[in-house]
Design a protein around this ligand. Structure first.
Ligand SMILES: *Cc1c(COP(=O)(O)O)cnc(C)c1O
Length: 396
């Protein structure tokens, strides 16, 4: 026991020495524009609840009704007796919303990526991923034991080099490209049309993670795949239900055969208790709101706030990217710089997380602002004050 504790404390000391130590904060409220931490309210720029649905009365009522009808827990995995009607209804709603044949829901987006990739590839296949894809895709490669190649972020020439390599060295392998559509740490967008053209030229498959795009882009708010009119050319679309949809869970969307294969092969689906009825019903209500006119109203409100914040950053000499996305990075440099800025804002009642290595590259530590439809101009004004009084406070 003593030797074990020494090991743990040595590891923790290394994290602290490198400004990489993380701690949990206990939040005593729903994830709105304001959140309660301890006995104080904070202006929140860290939630992925982009459309403000997580605390929406319709989602909460759907969750409560589902608990009454289906219970607090599903009782078993989907393939045993946990496949309640509400699960099937959610998947039908997602498939209709995304305009695909079928969808399969997982407990988390993380599990969805793991399940999809490990069902489609074997050790002799090749997975080619963007340098900045989410950890779930990287971990899926490890689970699968496939050959992994990483191309420079959004770099089509580098992607093509990797495709050529895969085709020459592994002529009979399946090749799967995985990218996000909107990237989670930079809020930039993948050149999906070019990626689709490349994967078609090299006979590869494509999986697009729409975690930060579902509900926000395209004429029906399906995501970037819709925005770029590529729905018929992407084999695997992934969505998360815990961001704009306001609930929790992940989904893989595509052909009926893809979903049937996942039901039979995806280990995180097969060996895990079905998602709880409350979360499933809330997700279904969230999808219905997004698909309807309220979804459009909320999206417009979100974009108005995003545009406002970007103009603000421009004014303080931190020009944001051109893309209109709900994730807006504010690059600080070293971990220390991002941490101290985040804690100074926190002292002023503003919650913006510092994102550090290993989530982003070492010298690109940043504040990561996320904007939601629940933010108003008064919140952005409070942030402006916080950003501009920061240095004086530090000197005082
Ligand atoms: C959040 C996220 C996931 C994981 O989804 P969870 O439902 O939170 O597990 C996957 N991919 C990306 C890009 C994400 O941002």
């Amino acid at each position: 026991m003593a030797e074990f504790e020494v090991h743990l404390n040595t590891e923790l000391a290394t994290l602290r020495d490198n400004s990489l130590f993380r701690e949990l904060r206990s939040v005593g409220s729903a994830p709105g524009a304001m959140i309660r931490i301890g006995d104080q309210d904070y202006l929140n720029f860290s939630s992925n609840d982009y459309l403000g649905l997580a605390n929406h009365p319709v989602l909460k009522e759907a969750a409560q009704t589902a608990i009454e009808e289906f219970g607090a827990g599903a009782g078993s995995a989907r393939l045993i007796c946990g496949n309640q009607r509400i699960h099937v209804e959610l998947e039908e709603s997602i498939a209709a919303f995304k305009g695909v044949e079928a969808a399969l829901v997982f407990n988390t987006g993380y599990a969805a990526a793991l399940g999809a990739i490990s069902s489609l590839l074997t050790k002799s296949d090749v997975l080619i991923i963007d340098k900045l894809v989410h950890a779930c895709v990287v971990d899926a490669a490890k689970l699968t034991g496939c050959k992994l190649r990483i191309y420079r972020h959004n770099d089509l020439e580098d992607l093509e080099r990797k495709l050529k390599w895969a085709r020459e060295k592994h002529p009979s392998a399946h090749i799967l490209i995985a990218t996000e559509s909107v990237f989670s740490m930079d809020g930039d967008i993948a050149p999906l049309l070019n990626i689709v053209e490349l994967k078609e030229r090299y006979g590869a498959w494509l999986m697009v993670d729409e975690a930060h795009a579902t509900g926000l882009f395209g004429s029906h708010r399906r995501g970037i795949v819709e925005e770029f009119e590529l729905s018929d050319r992407v084999e695997i679309q992934m969505a998360t239900l815990g961001k704009a949809v306001g609930a929790s869970g992940g989904a893989i969307c595509g052909s009926r055969s893809l979903i049937d294969l996942l039901i039979n092969k995806a280990r995180p689906f097969i060996y895990s208790t079905a998602p709880p009825p409350a979360a499933v019903a809330a997700a279904k209500a969230g999808i219905q709101i997004i698909a309807g006119s309220e979804g459009e109203t909320r999206r417009q409100r979100l974009w108005a706030m995003v545009d406002h914040l970007k103009n603000m950053f421009l004014a303080v000499g931190k020009p944001p990217g051109l893309v209109r996305a709900p994730i807006i990075p504010f690059i600080c440099g070293e971990s220390d710089a991002a941490l101290s800025m985040s804690s100074k804002l926190f002292e002023q009642g503003i919650m913006v997380p510092a994102i550090r290595y290993p989530t982003v590259r070492r010298n690109e530590a940043r504040l990561r602002f996320t904007i939601t439809a629940e933010h108003g101009l008064e919140h952005l004004e409070q942030l402006q004050t916080g950003l501009t009084t920061k240095e004086e406070d530090a000197d005082a």
